[in-house]
Structure formats: C-alpha cells, structure tokens
Design a binder for this molecule. Structure first.
Ligand code: SF4
Length: 326
C-alpha cells in the first residue's frame, strides 16, 4: 500500500474546495478502493463525500426524473418512481454487479467507474489508459470483451456501466458543481471516447462534483426495458446490451430511444436505429430492419468478430420485447 490522506466532508462547498486542491472523491468505494489495492490508482488525498445530502430521487416537471449522485444502485433500482417512469433504469441496475456491490455503489460513482480491461488492471502490462504512451496490450492480446465502436489506435476498452447505457438512450443530463459554480452536461458529452488520450475518460474538470443525473420527460405512454447478454447470468459484464424506450400512439412509433452497451468505448447511442423506427408501425419486420443499423461503423478485433451480429440480434430482441410485437 502507499500513504494517502483521508478527509470526510459534510457540505458540498467543502467537498468542492477539497477537490479543487487535488482530492479524489470517494463514496461507495467499489471501484477506487479496488484500483488502489492493485496500485493502478495512487491518489494522495481522498475526500469522502458519502455524508453529503445528494440522496434524493424525485419526479420532475412533466414526468422527468432526478436521481441524486449518492443514491445507491440498489436504492435507485427499487425506487417506485424510477420503476414507474423508467423501468429501463431499474432493469439496467438490477442486472449490474452483485447485490452487495449495488448496496454500496452510488449512481455518481457508477458513471465515473473505470474500464474492466484486464490489462488496465495489470500494472505489468502496456496500457495507454493507465500509463499514457506505453501502448495497448489488448490490441494484439485477448480482446474478446473489448469494444468494436468508438475505438482508437490508443485504446479499445469498453465502458463497463449498464445504467450509463440507459442514461445515454434517454439523453440524460449530468449536473455538476465545481469551483466555478454549477454546470450541466448532456450525457453524450460527459463520457469521452479514447482518441489519443484514453487516460481522460470524463469531461469533468478539477474539483467538479456530480450532484445529480436528470432524465428529461418523454411523451407517455412510454415502454422501456434493458437486455444484457453475457457469458453467465449474474455478476458479469455485458458482451452486448440494449436499452430501448418507445412511445407508440395511434399505432405509430412517435419516439424511439435506443443505445447499446458492451460494444463501445462509451455507451453507444444508436440514432440510425431510432430514425428507422420513428413514424413506422411496430412489426417484426421493422424491428429486424432497424436492428440491421445497430453495428454501423463497427471495427471488430481478432477475438470479438462475433459482436456485430450479436449486437444486431440483441437490439432486435429488445425492440420486440419493448414494442410488444411477435
Ligand atoms: Fe489499456 Fe485501453 Fe488498451 Fe485496455 S484497451 S490495455 S485500457 S489502452
């Protein structure tokens, strides 16, 4: 282990001030403590924010939803308002991690979590994300679980979060508080693709603290759900996943929100699939035709050439489940 300081704060301003001075925020600790134990992360100063008043879940005007950053995964998944408004969020959380981890991990921490690429966690391996400029062992290594969308020469790691896929589909907004005040970021701009700087994963500035995630209101009735495909049925990351929300009125799809997980360096929004659906009548043929667009632009690696087809089938199946047509 290595030495570090620990401060517990009880007020958001105090937290931001400590963050501005270089402190790393910690709440559930389910990612950061692991990484510290493996010496992948070596923060000099930890700022414990678990006592801050950021634990509220509530509906917002028009049928949107606000989830405080320190709400645990288990609390959010079980919350009646979340379950009523956006089942896709509850389902994505219930299919994540283990019950013990969901009791500890927070929503803010979940979207800040780092990749599960095994080379990232092995300090003897080359990894541009952990050590910029060192190379990427996954490119020629074991890359079955890695990304096929949004990759760069520098990094091909997937983003591991399930609920982030639901947030991407629903076009959530991340609320931040920093030394310069409050800021809102569209979810699409919050998580960064690797490019030449895979070590930079979120568009969060020094000292900024996530305070909440907001889901905008969508027209009702809205059906939504999450499908996760993985090697075993529990405590496993996605090979592919699909978050789908559909608003159908008068027999016609008026709104479609679709994103995929397990395939992108960030949760992967599927606008071509959405465009294919809107204005059409639900049918098995429509789901299949729309899902054909899910893997547009995919660049498979040596061990994950199965992913584009698996992704299309995952999206088609979840469109069928949510859309309700055989
Ligand atoms: Fe590191 Fe990314 Fe390559 Fe994994 S895929 S070894 S995280 S650079």
């Amino acid at each position: 282990m290595f030495p570090f300081s620990y401060t517990r704060v009880s007020d958001t301003r105090e937290a931001v001030d400590a963050g501005r001075r270089g402190g790393r925020y910690i709440a559930g600790g389910t990612t950061l403590v692991d990484l510290m134990r493996e010496t992948v992360e070596r923060p000099e100063s930890l700022v414990d924010i678990s006592g801050l008043p950021l634990r509220e879940v509530r509906a917002i005007e028009g049928g949107g939803l606000r989830i405080g950053a320190l709400v645990t995964m288990a609390e959010a998944a079980a919350h009646p308002t979340v379950r009523a408004l956006f089942p896709v969020i509850s389902q994505s959380l219930e299919l994540s991690a283990s019950a013990q981890l969901r009791n500890m991990a927070t929503i803010g921490g979940n979207i800040m979590q780092r990749t599960r690429c095994t080379y990232f966690r092995d300090v003897t391996a080359d990894c541009n994300k952990r050590e910029p400029g060192s190379g990427c062992a996954a490119r020629e290594g074991h890359n079955r679980a890695h990304a096929i969308l949004g990759t760069s020469d520098a990094c091909v790691a997937t983003h591991p979060s399930d609920v982030a896929v639901a947030f991407a589909a629903l076009e959530a907004t991340v609320h931040l508080l920093g030394p310069d005040g409050e800021r809102r970021l569209p979810f699409a701009g919050f998580l960064l693709r690797p490019g030449n700087t895979p070590n930079r994963e979120q568009a969060v500035r020094q000292g900024e603290l996530i305070t909440a995630i907001e889901i905008p209101a969508l027209p009702r009735p809205l059906k939504s759900g999450y499908l996760k495909v993985r090697d075993r049925q529990s405590y496993e990351f996605a090979l592919t996943s699909a978050a789908v929300a559909l608003h159908v009125r008068g027999g016609v799809i008026r709104e479609a929100k679709v994103a995929a997980g397990g395939v992108g360096t960030v949760p992967w929004k599927l606008p071509a699939v959405e465009r294919h659906l809107v204005g059409e009548r639900p049918s098995a043929a429509l789901w299949a035709a729309a899902a054909e667009r899910a893997a547009d632009g995919a660049r498979p690696l040596r061990h994950n050439r199965f992913k584009p087809e698996l992704l299309k089938r995952t999206v088609e199946r979840q469109l069928r489940v949510v859309g309700g047509t055989k």
